[in-house]
Design a protein around this ligand. Structure first.
Ligand code: FES
Length: 175
């Protein structure tokens, strides 16, 4: 806009209005874009929790290693699998290392297992000794096949049930 002539023409006023309008439109569109992006991000986050993510679901049946990986008379903690493997003279046992209260990882203790999060304790068979946990640590079905120890996290066994090395060592999967 020219200021030195002392007046403003109708065309100049119209152009100035367009400039203001254009700037306002730009700011409005920018705001709408930001709002839209935020909404999509929120919806995406919500849908992620609402729908199962098949890609992240771990298989229930898998190999834990060769029998020789587990020494007789010892507990082996498989951190990445959330499991303890106990090998005794009578065979193998596979127990969850996740506390049944809220899922923290339990630790071996002189009495069995203890949870560092809220103090639950379990005996050597994973039976609850003190809360807040109410359920025992599950023993999972395990078997020997193809020279390896396998586990099925969808099947549990009564505490104290060992995989008999002699009986299952021939290499057949459970029915
Ligand atoms: S998660 Fe183990 S006691 Fe709470």
């Amino acid at each position: 806009m020219e200021k030195d002539k002392g007046y403003v023409t109708a065309t100049e006023v119209e152009r100035a209005g367009e400039e203001v309008s254009t700037r306002r439109d730009f700011l409005q569109r920018s705001g709408q874009c930001v709002l839209g992006a935020c909404t999509l991000a929120c919806l995406g986050g919500t849908m992620r929790f609402a729908l199962p993510d098949a890609a992240e679901e771990a298989p229930a049946c898998f190999s834990l290693g060769e029998p020789a990986d587990f020494k007789t008379g010892t507990w082996t903690w498989l951190r990445d699998k959330g499991l303890f493997v106990l090998r005794e003279s009578q065979g193998f046992a596979v127990l969850s290392s996740r506390c049944t209260h809220l899922g923290c990882t339990v630790q071996r203790s002189t009495a069995g297992f203890s949870c560092p999060c809220h103090g639950a304790s379990y005996d050597h068979q994973g039976k609850v000794q003190s809360g807040p946990a109410r359920e025992d640590l599950p023993w999972f079905e395990a078997w020997l096949a193809e020279g390896r120890l396998w586990v099925d996290l969808k099947k549990t066994l009564a505490p104290g049930t060992f995989v008999d090395e002699v009986r299952t060592g021939s290499g057949t999967k459970p029915p």
